[in-house]
Design a binder for this molecule. Sequence first.
Ligand code: DX5
Ligand code: ZN
Length: 218
Amino acid sequence: MKRLVAPSILAANLGNLQKDIEMINSSEADWIHLDIMDGVFVPNLSFGFPVVETVYRYAKKPLDVHLMIIEPERYIERFRDAGAYQLTVHEEACRHLHSTVHEIKKSGMKAGVTLNPHTPVNTLEEIITDLDLVLIMTVNPGFGGQKFIPQSYHKIRKLRQLIDSTGSQALIEVDGGVDLQNAGMLFDAGVNVLVAGTTVFESENPLKTISQLKNAGR
Ligand code: DX5
Ligand code: ZN
């Protein structure tokens, strides 16, 4: 099964973003994860288009943009123009999820849907074959450095079953509290993409940590 790692720059040094992006460029990471927060959908603000554009300028890896904002359909083209490879919206933030997913694909990006910890997997039953990615939040969104919610394993296995039984091509990504202890078990449960902020950027040796995440449990 495909294994990818996406360092989250929410935990990077924004005072020297270029350096951290160059570290990611030279690492075994596959994508760069960017968290966009609006202070309404989640109780925090992060960064917007200028930061996405800056990351894009230096990045040699695709930008995986996670929108934690209400009415994400208003900004699809702006994120595409800023350099997003993939745009992931929250199921809980979309009134017309089917339409938003197709707008994202029409604009030329990969389309992902995120589920908060309380949102059941079966809410995606009717749309799963249209998705490139499902992002399971393994913490409540809004902040880095939180503790992984163990109930997530059960949810990941359910999602893996839904994807495999429908022939969906969607990748499963997890976000929040991912570390060197749970990474192997997450891949075993059916995850394809690990997002990691604190684990990578607070590490003594981020390059080695990215490699360890990617090869966890092997
Ligand atoms: C949280 C964000 C995450 C965050 C993860 O709302 O979506 O991407 O950066 O941070 P860690 O890996 O520190 O839990
Ligand atoms: Zn995220």
